[in-house]
Design a protein around this ligand. Structure first.
Ligand code: TXA
Ligand code: MG
Length: 351
């Protein structure tokens, strides 16, 4: 299969050709990668089991890992979800369109192939203009996991998507770099108390302002007991991972720098290529084969935005060993640290 790449702007009538082509593909059961405000998504018709199966195949994703259904209109919620609690509407009013995914009880309309066999469905309404246009024209129910090959860092540019899925999908809509760079916040509303399954740009504190206190799934910090499955099946897999061995180093800045430099020195003696993911403030303090700038520690949004592309650069440059600085797990920092922990397989050194 030849993967076509078409640029879009997020406004009609300029995007008419792209959207026409996208609709033709989605209607015939094919797959289209689209930008969203979080990361690129791999879109198919959420109500068509064959299309969902194709998504799993293209990503190399285990079929028990459910897909998020994307909508463009809150009125469409009742077609795919039932017993919707008031909290869901309150959260939708505050955060939709935007980077929030809610887990609700599913209706018959949603095939089990889309929900990985579960009776619940994940729903999100993206705010990105291209995504929204796409859902209105090609939807209204679009299944879209992140558009990376399973296990790899999510894609924040169309180029990343092509790296992972070239020849496996019909079309990539190139809308430039995404804004946020980390996947949506996921909250499960099927229990008595809302439960955070994946932290994201909308922080736990943002949610609690609307819902009151919420629970946090232990899998968020890899603290689930070995015999209990995380509630978001995707959280059990090693995720967002570069090919090199990533270690997160936490502690006072000076000690972190000394530790990483020492380890990079040892690695280079044994012929290994070492990469450091550093904040701008500390760039000059490191000595390693490659040093990637994640952005200023003062700007956690920028660091979050850059994380996945930095991890991909480590792969492109053949890093065998990677060290990253750590961040305060508060606000967006909670999402950033969650991704770093998953990417490192929970390999953290505390100094
Ligand atoms: O920002 C995002 O959410 C992006 C963009 C493309 O919208 N999508 C995304 O999808 O991150 P994905 O498939 O990479 O991650 C979805 C996560 C997985 O961990 C999956 O297990 C979980 O959501 N999930 C999906 N449906 C679920 C359900 N019914 N119950 C619990 N977890 C669910
Ligand atoms: Mg993903």
């Amino acid at each position: 299969m030849i993967t076509k790449i078409m640029k879009a702007k997020g406004q009609l009538p300029e995007d008419e050709e792209v959207m026409k082509e996208a609709k033709r593909i989605i209607d015939s059961g094919g797959l289209v990668a689209i930008p969203t405000e979080t990361v690129y998504g791999l879109a198919g018709n959420a109500l068509d089991p064959t299309s969902s199966k194709k998504i799993y195949a293209a990503k190399g994703r285990p079929s028990d890992n459910p897909l998020i259904v994307h909508i463009a209109d809150t009125d469409d919620l009742s077609v795919i979800a039932q017993n919707i609690p008031d909290t869901a509407y309150k959260l939708a009013e505050k955060f939709w369109p935007g980077p929030l995914t809610m887990i609700l009880s599913k209706t018959e309309a949603v095939p089990k192939e889309t929900t990985g066999g579960l009776d619940t469905v994940a729903v999100r309404m993206p705010s990105d203009r291209i995504a929204s246009e796409f859902i209105k024209i090609c939807g209204p129910f679009i299944a879209a996991p992140s558009a990376n090959a399973s296990g790899r860092p999510s894609c924040t540019t169309a180029k990343h998507v092509v790296e992972d899925l070239n020849g496996k999908i019909e079309l990539v809509i190139d809308g430039g770099e995404v804004g946020i760079g980390l996947e949506s916040t996921i909250v499960d509303l099927t229990g008595r108390i809302p439960c955070l399954l994946r932290p994201g740009f909308i922080s736990r504190e943002d949610l609690e302002r609307i819902t009151g206190p919420i629970d946090v799934d232990p899998a968020v910090y890899n603290k689930n007991k070995p015999d209990t499955a995380p509630k978001a099946p995707g959280m059990k897999y090693r995720h967002y991972a570069p090919e090199g061995e990533l270690t997160v180093v936490d502690g006072p800045h000076e000690s972190v720098i000394i530790y990483i430099n020492e380890k990079c020195g040892e690695a280079s003696v044994s012929g290994k290529r070492c990469a450091v993911l550093a904040t701008s403030e500390n760039l000059k303090a490191y000595s390693a084969d490659m040093i990637f700038d994640m952005g200023s520690r003062e700007n956690i949004n920028a660091v979050s935005h850059n994380l996945f592309s930095c991890l991909r650069k480590c792969d492109e440059n053949g890093a065998d060993i990677i060290f990253s600085e750590a961040f305060e797990p508060e606000g967006l920092g909670e999402a950033l640290m969650n991704r770093l922990l998953k990417a490192s397989g929970n390999r953290v050194v505390k100094l």
